[in-house]
Every structure is written in C-alpha cells, then in structure tokens.
Unconditional design. Structure first.
Length: 486
C-alpha cells in the first residue's frame, strides 16, 4: 500500500497499492506495463482466463489415468448463473447508472490526468465515458456492472494511481489502521482516509462482494477436484517463491558493495533497518555502493528517506518540486485545501512561475499549486565515503520513482538503467466512494512536476547512464566502474 509516507508532502502531513477476487495485489509496475504498472493490479478481477492444460490424473480400476479437458473457471460458473444470482447488492439499473455518472463527475472535478491519459494511452476520457455509459444502461446484475466499471478504469492504465478496488477494501482499511498504530505521527493525515472508508454502504457491499466471489471460488475448486484437477486450477492462483525484501552483498571486498531492495515496504521497515544499517557501517569505506531498485514498484517514501538517504548521506540533500491540483470537493477534503489556502501553503495557479517544461494545456485545467521542497538530513554514523549508484527501471513507480527523481535531482546517486515509470511527486491516492454501491475508486489528486515543470507521471526520470540492451543495469554499472578505474 501507499500511505501518507509515499511521495507525501511534509507540509500536507501537518496541514491537513486478474480474477474477480481481489486477493492478490497487483503492483503498480505491472499495471503500468499493461499500462505501465500495477502492483495495484491488485484486485483480482474476473477476466476470461486462459485454461492451462493440466497433468492431473484420476484413479480408474487401480490405475492412474490422465484427466482430459479443461478445468472449470469462475467465468464458466458466472455464465451458468441468472442475473438475479449475480446480484449481491440488489440494486436497480438506475443506481448503477447513477454511480457511473457520479464517478465521471468526480473525476472531472478532481482527477488531473485527462490530458496525460490521452497522450500516453490514446484514451479520450469523455468518449470512453459515453461508450461505457451506453453499456451500463443495460446492466442487469452486479457482476456486469462491476466488470464494466473496472474496464472503464483499466483503460486509463493506472495513470495517476487510478484504480477501482475489488474486495481488498477490508484489507486496505485494516492496513491504514495498522499504519496509524505503528506510525502515530501520521494519524492526523491518515484519519481522513479511514473516515472516508468507514461508511456503512462500502462496509456492507464489500462484505457481500467478498462472500459472493469466495463462494464462487470454492465452487470452482470443488468441481475441479471432482474432475481430478489441482485445487488452484481455474482460480488464477500461483505459488510464488519467497523473496526477502532486502539483500546485501559484497561484490568486491573493500571496493564494491551491493544492496537490493524489492519494495519500500513500511511493514518490513524495522526488520530491514536491522539489516541495512549494520551493512552500511561495514562497507562505509568502500569505493562504490550499488543500490538496486529495478524490481521496486513503490511503497513508503519515508523508507527511502530514512533507510537509504539519511544513513548514507554526508550532507543535507534537497529537491524542489511543485504540487498542482484541481479545486474539486473531494480534493478539498483530502488535501485540506481551504486551510492550506488560508495559511498560504496553496496558491492560485496564476502565481505559478513560468517553467520551461510545463504543459500549459494540462495546467489550464488545474486551480492551485504548492511549492514542495523535499529535504533529507544526514545521519553521519554510517555516511558513505565513496560513490553511490542507483539501479532503476521502467517498473519504478510511485515512491520508487520518487527515489529515482530525488537521487538524480539532488546528486545523491548516479542512476543506471532505464527511464522510470512515474508519479513520484505527490501524496497518497484519494478515494471516490460511489453512493449506491459503495465501491471505491482511488486516484492521485496531485499533478506533480519537477523544478523545471516536467510532469512526474508522464515522464518519470531518465537515468544518467542507460543500460545496454544485452546487459542488466547491474552489468552496465559494473562495466562503468571498471572503465572508470582503468
């Protein structure tokens, strides 16, 4: 998840993350590559699954006989059901349409990426809305509405963290509460997120959604077991090997050290801290430290600030950016705009400096801005004496993109790899709660730009050194080190 630590403005902290099941969080990076990203492909949404030939066997007359045919999928079961059986909320078609219209109005008033979506993914949001609206008019069951709603949002390919939640709702709410307990300093900021989610419509309908799809999944498993297939056949589940979040290595004693960070996962913050800080002290006098975040799709911004930059820095590093936003009521709530305007934190867009890289068409749709300076002070106990390298890739999104942006703009590290994914300047995604279904659609309320005006979502960060096509980022980095030493 991405809580108020991820790309979150320090000022805002004070002024105020596919099957139908939503059990596997898709990373923002995977969605972005479908779009480019998605660790928030998170919600398992029912899409037609390709059946995989099975090697299952059954016993006949004391002999093991291979099973023929294909395993049953959730889509197969849904196709057998009537409209009434596919309604867990019991809503009328008018209410589906009302929710969809409400969603689009909220996006118009609050979501800042209409232009970026059009340029990057060739999606005209108004045209897409009209096309899906015609289909939703004919919706006769909850499953069809949910499928169309997700399809509409998925066309935007996670641009600006936009995503419709499946039944991960309960897990997200619990995660927010756990975060407040673990990091009390963020209670004021996160409480408004918790309050938004804790509404009776969402609580009721997401539980009904969970019950509906879990029963379907259980039926899929039971039918496939009867046919001789494995329990996970047709469910979309895959076993994955456990990978530690942090790996440290000495690549060349006394000279080159290496750290791999899979995610800026705040749930492993204390555990990872016990690995990273002693390693930094051990290799403090090395010539080179390579930090690999090529598989990292985000997490908490404070993870990078406090477990990477601060312990290694030998001076204070800072980067100035701008946060831009629309004046919609939802943004007013999540960004605390009224108070921010009164205190001079937020300013009218007319006062924004004329920046070279800015997209004037985009900002003509926005209303306010805030200058945001990210500043990280050093902890000299383990300040690194040599050169720091950061390995990056197109998978880097959200706070992983923030890490790339900050490191390059501040000079903290030299970047090696690929152009990153984007959306690393901003705050946590805001929530749109649909009035009848209670479904949640998240989006970034911030249009973040660098000091020269480039939009973080659209452009990401270019590395200082691109990797060769026949090399990994690590290969390229080691070659650069070798060449520089000769």
């Amino acid at each position: 998840m991405v809580f108020a630590l991820e790309g979150c403005s320090p000022k805002l902290k004070n002024s105020f993350e596919n099957t139908k099941l939503d059990t596997v969080e898709e990373s923002s990076a995977e969605l972005k590559e479908q779009e480019e990203k998605g660790r928030e492909s998170a919600d398992q949404t029912t899409v037609t699954q390709e059946a995989v030939p099975s090697e299952a066997v059954v016993e006949e007359n004391g002999k093991q006989v291979p099973v023929t045919g294909q395993p049953v999928t959730m889509e197969d079961l849904l196709a057998e059901m009537t409209d009434r059986e596919k309604c867990w909320m019991g809503l009328s078609p008018k209410k589906y349409l009302n929710d969809f219209d409400t969603l689009y109005k909220e996006l118009q008033a609050n979501y800042p990426y209409f232009g970026v979506v059009n340029r990057k993914h060739n999606v005209d949001m108004e045209e897409s809305y009209e096309q899906y609206r015609k289909q939703i008019k004919d919706c006769r069951n909850d499953d069809d509405f949910w499928t169309l709603l997700r399809a509409f949002i998925n066309e935007l390919q996670y641009t600006g963290h936009i995503q419709a939640w499946g039944y991960r709702y309960a897990n997200e709410l619990k995660s927010l509460k756990d975060t407040v307990e673990a990091f009390p300093q963020y209670k004021e900021t996160l409480q408004r997120y918790i309050d938004k989610l804790e509404n009776p419509v969402s609580e009721k309908n997401y539980q009904l959604m969970r019950d509906f799809y879990e029963e379907l999944e259980a039926e899929v498993i039971e039918r496939n077991k009867e046919m001789g297939f494995s329990e996970d056949s047709g469910t979309g589940w895959e076993e994955t090997e456990f990978i530690p979040n942090v790996t440290t290595k000495v690549l060349e004693k006394g000279k080159i050290a290496y750290v791999d960070i899979e995610a800026f996962d705040m749930s492993t913050y204390e555990e990872d801290k016990q690995i990273l800080l002693p390693f930094y002290e051990k290799v403090q006098s090395y010539d080179h430290l390579i930090i690999d975040i090529t598989k990292n799709t985000g997490g908490g911004m404070d993870y990078y600030n406090q477990l990477v930059v601060a312990p290694l820095a030998d001076k204070t590093y800072s980067v100035s950016t701008y946060l831009l936003a629309k004046a919609g009521l939802n943004n007013q709530y999540f960004l605390n705009l009224k108070e921010g305007l009164a205190e001079g934190l937020w300013l009218p867009l007319s006062e924004l400096p004329d920046l070279e890289g800015i997209n004037k068409e985009d900002i003509s749709q926005l209303d306010y801005f805030m200058k945001e300076t990210y500043l990280i002070k050093p902890n000299h106990k383990s300040a690194f004496k040599g050169k720091i390298w950061l390995l990056v890739s197109a998978q880097n999104y959200s706070s992983a993109e923030y890490a790339a942006m900050f490191s390059k703009e501040s000079g903290f590290a030299a970047l090696v790899g690929e152009q990153t994914g984007g959306d690393g300047i901003g705050v946590d995604p805001a929530y749109i709660i649909l009035p009848n279904t209670g479904l949640v659609v998240q989006y970034s309320p911030i249009y973040g730009i660098t000091g020269d005006g480039r939009n973080s979502e659209e452009y990401g960060t270019e590395p200082d050194y691109y990797r060769r096509k026949d090399e990994t980022a690590l290969d390229t980095c080691l070659r650069l080190i070798k060449n520089n030493n000769n």
